[in-house]
Design a protein around this ligand. Sequence first.
Ligand code: HEC
Ligand code: HEC
Ligand code: HEC
Length: 389
Amino acid sequence: MSNVNSGSKFERPIFFLLIAGVGCFVLSLLAMGLAPWTSLNTVIAASQNEGNPYIDGDGKITSVGRGRKIYIREACFHCHSQFVRPVAGEPYRYGPPSKAWESMYDVPQTYGTRRIGPDLSRESGRRSDDWHLAHLYNPRFTTPESVMPSYPWLFEKSGGETKPKEEATDLVAYLQYLGHGYKEQIQNIVYPKTFKVSGFPSGGEIDRERGKELFVQNCIGCHADTGKGNGRAAPFLKPKPANLVDRFISPSEAYAILNRGILGSAMPSFREMPEKDLWALAEYVAFLGNETQTQMKALGNIDQKKGETIFKTSCAVCHGNMGAGDGPAGMALNPRPKDFTRRLFKTSYLKEILQQGVPGSAMPPFPGFSNEDLESLSAYITGLNNKDL
Ligand code: HEC
Ligand code: HEC
Ligand code: HEC
């Protein structure tokens, strides 16, 4: 009787599986281990790599290096990835895809595997330092519906104020380092310099109730539910969140600001929101300033001569001859000087601003003006407003 199994033992299923298994293993080792290992050094050698950012020339750890250690200690990588893939619209959302050299000094690596929060490898320049500090202290301050935990132990109380410890500033230095090679590119995407207002989408009602709801979900941590700018994040921020009640901004200007954010301040861009929602928010912002608009438009006949002289001598270099925020000394500033053709300020609020200046910006204090000067200046600035905007 011939043995059915007497053929080559390699015909047995078990051997077939074994060979296939070992073969696949060897193949993947070659393709995914050995090949990248040999080519990685060439890629890195040809990179824009500027040396190890985590230690300085003397071999001492830098602020960015300490920040990375805190990032690892607090396990931020459980919720944040640091790897922009070139697929699924990720470059549109985050910026240019990650390159090998960027993480060459990251041992252990912090790529992360889950995205409960956004990818952080293109964080450099996306947010201001003060935004990061307020956010780390309590993410609900800047982002009312955030599920990210608070990190209050990175801060200390002194004299009734909450101040960041070195750990917090180190962590922020690290966050601002992530993707620093692309900083300008990212800022140009997040804070576009020019922006065309497209007009309210046709067929839509202007939905102020929706605007209010979105304001509560996105803005009150900074601007407060009253819109007066003293939200819970305010003590962390310079410049302070704008008081939206004592100024009037037209919907189109508010819409542009929501798209652009304000570079140099904590005011984020909300350009990822649907256009209709942005218009609803813009309407609500204009609504908050209703009383200011009424009050300033009803301003009686006040002599503007003095105001004009003051403006031309003290303000125009930054705010521009016609008040459009485009003076020669103002163009390079961040935040930019405010455009008075598109906003109204209550006289009392203007006085307050001139007393204090705007800490965190180039706007200096002007404490010397008399009450009469200020009333005249306020009337002049109000007159610069282009009623059609
Ligand atoms: C439980 C998950 C979780 C953990 C842990 C976590 N985050 Fe977040 N993070 C989020 C979520 C969700 C958001 C989006 C909402 C927001 O902005 O708060 C976010 C947003 C952020 C942003 C804003 C990104 C942007 O530009 O929009 C930064 C920066 C950030 N986190 C840093 C950190 C750091 C640093 C740590 C560790 C100290 C950390 N996160 C830990 C969930 C988390
Ligand atoms: C993280 C804090 C923060 C959040 C959140 C925030 N803002 Fe702001 N906002 C600011 C700061 C700070 C300024 C002042 C910037 C400056 O002075 O240049 C500002 C300025 C503004 C201005 C411009 C005022 C002017 O005269 O130019 C508008 C309009 C505005 N915010 C509306 C909103 C709306 C609407 C939301 C919610 C969708 C929002 N902000 C969310 C911090 C924030
Ligand atoms: C050195 C440049 C400079 C000069 C000079 C200057 N400003 Fe400003 N001003 C700024 C900048 C920058 C801002 C934007 C601050 C900000 O983003 O909150 C600003 C903002 C303002 C604001 C709005 C503040 C707010 O809360 O939004 C008012 C009002 C103002 N300036 C009035 C004046 C007046 C009036 C004068 C002249 C007496 C003057 N400024 C002179 C740079 C200047």
